[in-house]
Ligand binder design. Structure first.
Ligand SMILES: [Zn+2]
Ligand SMILES: [Zn+2]
Length: 321
């Protein structure tokens, strides 16, 4: 029997690629819990109320499971958003979140995008098709903007202290690189964990899994027995995004140089830190959208969300003529 490299007693079951360690299940779980604990409490106090954004995917189920063991469960609320995409049934994923919340005693809220905002992802895509928009905005862009809006509004309604998302190391590194490649300094600095929110209406986000690899949450979810559906979102196969192109490149580098992605993320964190601190000092309250009153980017009158919703309204108006 091959023994675990850490405890040297239990059988090793997992090869942790980026450290080169062979681990037993207990030590593997501990290594994830340790990183999540360290990351969470850099930005969160033990008595703070947290809203967890839980989609039902492997990363978010892992986050929910891990956080339930490190933060008081009475201070946690899990939120699942239904995108209302026609042909994309998420009921089994939601059931899985519900089950895990019950198991840990965490409150769980499910919100429908259509009911909460008045519009679904499908309606947005239909609107663009009807208006024959020349370079349509992707479903993922609309979905992301709509979801962030719901999460932030509910966080405010509930009066929680922070929002917690399940972004893993791979997501975080891709986001850094995308913003570097696009020269988007504002977003680059905003994606740094130390960046402060620029509006009293935005609830600060924390990402406790940002030092945990996606392959680790996959292993975690597998051994924990989480069930997933195999239906993909029908909008996923549209033109590959920069993120989708970066993913295999980074995976290739990671397999050639184990730990590459973690080191690069940590280097970028360090390089950006003084710039982020400087930026935090200069923070001014963001302007408010003249239509909905939510914060918007400097120099904008109408927020991105209202701009997109305007498309749906236009399509609806033209279809009833
Ligand atoms: Zn062990
Ligand atoms: Zn607006």
């Amino acid at each position: 029997m091959l023994r675990c490299d850490v405890c040297n007693s239990k059988p090793a079951q997992i090869y942790q690629r980026h450290t080169g360690l062979k681990l037993c299940l207990t030590c593997f779980r501990s290594s994830i819990v340790e990183r999540a604990t360290q990351e969470l409490y850099k930005y969160v106090d033990r008595n703070e109320r947290l809203l967890l954004a839980v989609s039902g995917g492997k990363d978010s189920l892992t986050m929910l499971d891990v956080l339930s063991s490190i933060h008081p469960v009475s201070k946690l609320v899990a939120l699942t958003i239904l995108e209302d995409i026609v042909g994309y049934d998420r009921s089994s994923e939601i059931e899985e979140v519900r089950k895990l919340c019950r198991e840990h005693g965490v409150e769980h809220i499910v919100v429908s995008m259509k009911k909460y905002l008045g519009y679904s992802v499908t309606e947005f895509m239909e609107a663009q098709r009807m208006l024959k928009v020349r370079s349509p905005i992707s479903a993922c862009t609309f979905c992301g903007i709509a979801r962030r809006r719901i999460v932030n509004s509910i966080a405010r309604e509930l009066g929680v202290d922070k929002v917690v998302t399940a972004h893993v190391l791979d997501d975080e590194l891709q986001t850094y690189l995308i913003n570097i490649l696009r020269g988007d300094i504002v977003r680059l600095l905003q994606s740094h964990p130390l960046s402060t929110v620029h509006s009293s209406m935005i609830v600060k986000k924390v990402k406790p899994l940002r030092k945990v690899y996606e392959y680790e949450t996959a292993i975690y979810a597998f051994f924990r027995g989480f069930r997933f559906q195999d239906i993909e979102c029908p909008y996923i196969s549209q033109r590959p995004t920069l993120r989708a192109r970066l993913r295999p490149m980074l995976q290739e580098l990671e397999s050639r140089y184990p730990g590459f992605c973690l080191r690069l993320l940590e280097h970028l964190d360090r390089i950006l830190e003084p710039l982020v601190r400087e930026q935090n000092e200069k923070v001014r309250e963001l302007p408010r959208c003249t239509l909905c009153g939510e914060p918007t980017a400097p120099g904008r009158k109408i927020c991105k969300y209202c701009e997109l919703v305007e498309l749906i309204r236009k399509a609806l108006a033209s279809s009833t003529l």
